[in-house]
Design a protein around this ligand. Structure first.
Ligand code: GAL
Length: 975
């Protein structure tokens, strides 16, 4: 995250190498079926002079024809048709419920996205060298089949390094033990990453668009700019090609031009070099501050490839613990309008990845601890609990526009209409084949929230018009002129175009335009002769002169105008406010209005079948020539409207009851702290060397990773023979930010300390990380008697390797120094050590459990552990205790009721690992920012019994606050 840090790192070698290789070219022609429909929906289809847009609803894996992908400086093309790629980032690994992948991907699609950008997480699949798991929640083949079925293009991003604020930046923790610098062509690392690519590439390859799948591009590495190694970058691409990857290869350059190389030219160059833009940065405590990191205009890195905004900020990590709602504000609709639209017109980019569309959860030990906690909500348009927000509405307004308006996929800079008020800025692009213009209108000072009006002198392809415009508050508009809109000709509009469609059998067009509430709008359409204008709703003035029909209105509610005659097929024009625009949905060619979400709509004959979500009973209006409507499998009574649409009312959900959490039983654990505990099967810790660039303070090496314990807690037991004059136990531990460790001597609790960190590569290595001095109570040790020191160290996750320096991600976890010091002489006592951590769960994966006694013996699992469990949630002594309960849910099958576990205010410093049916769904830390923890359906049995097990790690005498199951929403959904 700390982008600034790298100023000095950036004088990295620009590799001198052969000339550019990324010329516009045919990437593949595996089998070309130019007339076959591609698997994508909502993709623009402009090539030369597009007049129509098609939206195939879906295609089925295995039956789709393969496609041919090419590109030039304007855009990607699929089977000769230009594609404006508008994708949102989704991390399957942050949603451990494949059933919910469909839910989220359908929501992403319904927002107007025609693609998703997917990281693939090496460490998530590989607990040990040579061992890979692609089943269950790791079944990425299933994920890619789903994207095919839903008609979403995929940008596949398998790293090997992905960053993403996930443990190790996506590296498996075992890589910490592999000699040689990561993200270089060092032989040790090369063997390791080739192993990963050897597993993931064939899966991606078989899902390429060129083989009838969904993958349209392949991203090599991630923001690879510091300590670069061109041979490595080249080899990643060679591995991909050798595995049959034939789609264009891309790269996402970090942040700004100071990060070089761009991988646009020279050895290691990719075909489509892209840029990541995070103009708002990550200070969610100040959501009104704009553009900390600049204008956010995606730079064109290659003259031969489309400009690509590979990661454009669509949310933020909560770096300073303001809460994700503040991050959503920081990157809210006003920011999205001004920055995304400015970028669209200024850069002419036609490939976008918005990071994140849905953030998800750092369940298990997925988090990289410096930047994130359990929730990775990200302030995204879709919340962690899968709810749609105001940002979603804005994405939909922009997404439907960019994926409807085909000429946008090929534009050059054009003369902008002159603005009578210089404080209102204009900028334009035009399609060289169709002449269609796209004009950006915003405040010259993009930070101001002023209300300004101006008159534009707009030279459209159909003549010059003086038109008034108004920019109210932080806003920007992209206005269109000279556009063949279905069977109509849109000369210009000062309203923004949401979408348009040719309803059903093609006998009329329906278009939705929108603008700021209370602001006037003008729309001009061309006709051969005077058409008939019928205002069905609202107040709209019209005049006709010299072939131009001019409509004047103020954006208020939803006005409806029917235009017939004039030498064209009829047009239903819907003119609304932004809020009204957000009520529309588009599925294929079907335009609908109402409900909380339309997942799909299929028209067959006179039957319209809709899959929709409703939080309450509500109207649903379909702009299609249908006579019957089915919503979520139930026939809905309908009536035709004067707009020629069909209006029905769909039922909402039933009220649901969620049980209170009672019947808790509690048991203390940590037998490891007792001197007599049998640790004979533990691993002896006696290594004297380590691969880590950070060396231990004392020997033996006690780094958990060096003994194969990579995630969660580790226990140490150190034995020594006491002299009786021991004064203190002195420890150093690295836990990752926010971690703690606890110490017992001969079973007596000595206390806890905060785990430390080594510093980043640009800071000096910390000589005293996570120090803890624990005075030894007198009388606890006796001369000549054996003593046992027990230390429990938490591992909060592994650092990333953002600056490719190896020091960060190879930073150890566990004890880095341990001594028992005697009084007087200050000498240290020799200690022999044993270590014990957790093992990878065969189903839930390597990050699920650590080495707590309860985790090692299955107290987190649904099956009932034996032993002496006391009823209730009593006050807890420092150390580790577990509380368990069961609850039963009986939620209706056709309702979606996301639940969270809410922690009330307790007492004492404590942290709680939350296990739901054996799955570690997060860690609550008292005093931390997160109190609500998502319980994802799938892991949560919504119709059946559930087991909740809490491992409470208390630093003081502790009581837990009230624990409640909290419904976040209640929607009727397709069953
Ligand atoms: C980018 C990186 C992503 C993610 C993002 C911030 O630099 O490529 O993986 O870390 O920043 O959330």
């Amino acid at each position: 995250m700390r982008r600034i840090l790298v100023a000095f790192l950036l004088a990295v070698t620009m590799v001198s190498a052969p000339p550019a290789t990324s010329s516009a070219s045919v990437i593949s022609a595996a089998s070309t079926t130019p007339s076959g429909s591609p698997p994508a929906t909502g993709s623009p289809t402009a090539s030369g002079s597009p007049t129509s847009t098609t939206f195939p609803t879906s295609s089925t894996s295995g039956t789709s024809p393969s496609s041919r992908i090419t590109y030039d400086r304007y855009s990607l093309t699929v089977d000769g048709r230009r594609v404006l790629l508008w994708s949102g980032e989704f991390h399957y690994f942050r949603l451990p419920s494949p059933e919910l992948w469909r839910d989220v991907l359908e929501k992403i699609r319904a927002a107007g996205f025609n693609g998703v950008s997917l990281y693939f997480h090496w460490g998530y699949h590989s607990p040990r060298p040579g061992v890979y798991d692609f089943t269950g929640v790791r079944d990425v083949d299933r994920l890619l089949r789903l994207t095919e079925e839903l008609g979403l293009y995929v940008v596949a991003r398998p790293g090997p390094y992905i960053n993403a604020e996930t443990t190790g930046g996506g590296f498996p923790a075992w890589l910490k033990n592999v000699p040689g610098r990561a993200r270089s062509s060092d032989p040790g690392y090369t063997r390791a990453y080739r192993e990963w690519l050897g597993r993931i590439n064939p899966i991606i390859a078989r899902h390429q668009l060129t083989r009838g799948g969904s993958v349209i591009a392949y991203n090599a590495e991630n923001e690879y700019a510091a300590n670069t190694d061109a041979a490595y970058m080249e080899d990643i691409q060679r591995q991909a090609r050798d595995a049959g990857i034939d789609v264009p290869i891309t790269h996402n350059q970090c942040c700004d031009a100071s990060w070089t190389p761009t991988w646009a030219t020279g050895q290691g160059a990719v075909q489509i070099p892209g840029v990541d833009d995070y103009p708002q940065s990550f200070e969610c405590r100040e959501p009104d501050t704009w553009g900390t990191w600049g204008e956010g205009v995606t730079e064109r890195l290659s003259q031969n490839a489309p400009a690509y905004g590979a990661e454009y900020q669509a949310g933020a990590i909560d770096l300073n613990k303001a809460g994700y709602e503040k991050c959503r504000e920081l990157t809210g609709p006003a920011f999205m309008k001004v920055y995304y639209k400015s970028n669209l017109i200024t850069s002419g980019a036609t490939m976008f990845g918005y990071y994140m569309a849905f953030g998800g959860t750092n369940w298990g030990r997925l988090a990289q601890p410096n930047d994130v906690y359990t929730s990775y909500d990200y302030g995204a348009p879709i919340t962690e609990n899968r709810q749609l927000t105001g940002k979603y509405d804005e994405f939909k307004r922009q997404g439907l526009f960019v994926t409807t308006t085909a000429p946008l996929a090929k534009t050059d800079v054009a003369a902008a209409p002159a603005s009578s008020d210089p404080a209102v800025h204009t900028e334009a692009r035009a399609n060289p084949d169709t002449g269609t213009q796209f004009v950006l209108v915003r405040h010259a000072d993009r930070r101001t929230d002023a209300d300004r009006s101006s008159t534009l002198t707009w030279k459209t392809p159909d003549g010059t018009y003086p038109v008034p415009v108004q920019v109210k508050g932080r806003d920007a508009k992209v206005l269109v002129a000279g556009y063949d809109m279905g069977g109509q000709r849109l000369t210009l509009s000062t309203s923004e175009l949401l979408t348009h469609t040719t309803a059903g059998d093609g006998d009329r067009d329906v278009a939705v335009l929108y603008g700021t509430e209370g602001v006037p709008g003008t729309t001009v359409l061309r006709y051969a002769s005077q058409p008939t204008v019928k205002v069905l709703d609202g107040t709209v003035r019209s005049s006709y002169e010299n072939g131009a029909l001019t409509l004047g209105y103020t954006h208020e509610g939803l006005a409806r105008v029917l235009v017939t005659g004039g030498g064209r097929r009829p047009l239903l024009l819907l003119l609304g406010t932004e809020k009204e625009a957000a009520k529309f949905w588009r599925s294929g060619d079907v335009l609908l209005r109402g409900t909380d979400l339309v997942r799909s709509a299929v028209l067959k004959g006179g039957d319209l079948t809709v899959r929709a979500d409703l939080s309450k009973a509500g109207d649903i209006e379909a702009f299609v020539p249908a006579s019957r409507l089915t919503v979520n499998g139930r026939a809905v009574p309908v009536r035709p409207t004067p707009s020629g649409s069909l209006l029905g009312r769909a039922p909402g959900p039933e009220a649901v009851r969620v049980p209170s959490l009672t019947g808790w039983r509690t048991r203390a654990e940590a037998p490891e702290a007792r001197p007599g505990y049998d640790d004979s099967r533990w691993t002896v810790a006696r290594k004297t060397t380590t691969v880590s660039p950070i060396k231990p303070k004392t020997l033996p090496v006690l780094y958990a990773d060096d003994y194969g314990y990579h995630h969660g807690h580790v226990w140490y037991r150190g034995r020594f023979t006491a002299t009786g004059s021991e004064a203190s136990v002195d420890l150093n531990a690295i836990t990752g930010k926010g971690g703690i460790y606890q110490v017992w001597l001969n079973g007596r609790y000595l206390g806890s300390a905060a785990g430390g960190e080594q510093k980043d590569a640009d800071s000096p290595v910390n000589p005293d990380p996570g120090p803890g001095r624990f005075p030894i109570p007198s009388g606890l040790l006796a001369e000549g008697r054996s003593a046992v020191l027990s230390v429990l160290v938490e591992n909060m996750g592994h650092n990333d390797d953002w600056t490719a320096d190896d020091v960060r991600h190879k930073q150890p976890r566990g004890l880095v120094g341990a001594s028992v010091t005697t009084t007087g002489s200050g000498t240290t006592v020799p200690i022999t050590w044993k270590i014990q951590g957790g093992a990878a769960d065969p189903v839930r994966g390597p990050f699920n459990t650590g080495g707590l006694h309860g985790e090692r013996t299955g107290w987190h699992l649904p099956s009932s552990p034996g032993g002496d469990w006391r009823p209730g949630l009593p006050a807890l002594a420092p150390g580790v205790s577990w509380s368990r309960t069961r609850f039963r849910l009986d939620l209706p099958r056709d309702q979606d009721v996301p639940l969270t576990l809410r922690f009330g205010q307790g007492t004492g410093r404590h942290r709680v690992l939350i296990y739901l049916n054996g799955w570690n769904v997060g860690e609550y830390v008292s005093g931390g920012v997160q109190r609500d923890f998502t319980l994802p359906a799938g892991v949560l049995r919504t119709r059946g019994d559930n087991t909740l097990a809490l491992a409470v790690i208390a630093e003081d005498e502790t009581t837990l606050g009230a624990l409640t199951l909290t419904p976040v929403a209640n929607h009727r959904v397709p069953g």
